[in-house]
Design a binder for this molecule. Structure first.
Ligand code: OAD
Length: 234
């Protein structure tokens, strides 16, 4: 398989989605058998759902968290961590994933734009905190400062993803965009491809053609854990 021939001086914008964690044993969302097939999205992943039944939401994320703790980064996460070491400009990685696997593989994630499964925050105070224990308690807790409900630090449907200003700035000054394992159906991430400059080389790596495939210069189809390490070999 030909290598992508990334140059150490390239300025990369990397965006990853659920597909990069599939080979770690973490379900994607929209594939057959994906997470959203078995759950009512509004009930478990929206502010309205949390208001209506916080215990259901808490249980949903608690189960996900326990599962993710049993999973490990795979060869695709590792390949991106190695790539970062070889580039002169960094950090470069944006992810829609909340599973922390890039961080565990050693990447410096510039933004986990959909939040983090291992953080919680008060609905009112809003400041996220590392949360080692809370999820394993049966009930959601109240904030000790203001009494607001403690919720998962996840960006839910109807909420704005994090760090869009930073993302737009990095998009404008990158010369290579590498997108891995995302369906191209969730906005605003699906639109990032249309914000890069005309000279930017755009590359997709994933199991099948994403919904926004037409905008990419190159598509490399296959399992990320199998093909990404070879594609990124210098
Ligand atoms: P999806 O489940 O929508 O898409 C996963 C993509 O990964 C699909 O295009 C698959 O073809 C691809 N894929 C599956 N296995 C793969 C593998 N082994 N290697 C490479 N690619 C593979 O997930 P996302 O696009 O990431 O948001 O979804 C975006 C957001 O939608 C998620 O962050 C989540 C969800 O609602 C929140 O929870 C806020």
């Amino acid at each position: 398989m030909p290598s992508l021939k990334i140059d150490p001086s390239d300025r990369l914008f990397i965006l990853t989605g659920a597909g990069i964690s599939a080979e770690s044993g973490i379900q994607t969302f929209r594939d057959a058998g994906g997470l959203w097939e078995g759950h009512d999205v509004v009930a478990v992943a929206s502010p309205e759902g949390f208001k209506k039944d916080p215990q259901l939401v808490w249980r949903f994320y608690s189960e996900r968290r326990q599962h993710v703790l049993e999973c490990n980064p795979n060869a695709a996460h590792d390949a991106l961590a190695v790539l970062e070491q070889q580039l002169t400009s960094k950090p470069i990685l944006f992810t829609q994933n909340v599973d922390n696997l890039h961080q565990r593989a050693g990447s410096s994630v510039l933004s986990a734009m959909h939040g983090n499964l291992f953080k919680s925050r008060c609905e009112k105070c809003a400041i996220p905190f590392d949360d080692e224990q809370l999820y394993f308690d049966a009930l959601p807790q109240s904030c000790i400062n203001c009494g607001g409900a403690i919720r998962p630090d996840i960006v839910w449907f109807g909420e704005e993803p994090r760090d869009l200003n930073i993302i737009n700035a990095v998009l404008r000054c990158s010369n290579v965009m590498l997108v891995v394992g995302t369906s191209g159906r969730v906005y605003p991430a699906a639109d990032f491809i249309r914000k890069v400059g005309k000279q930017t080389r755009t590359i997709y790596v994933g199991l099948e053609r994403p919904a926004n495939a037409a905008y990419f210069d190159e598509l490399h189809l296959g399992k990320a854990g199998e093909i990404l390490p070879e594609l990124l070999a210098f």
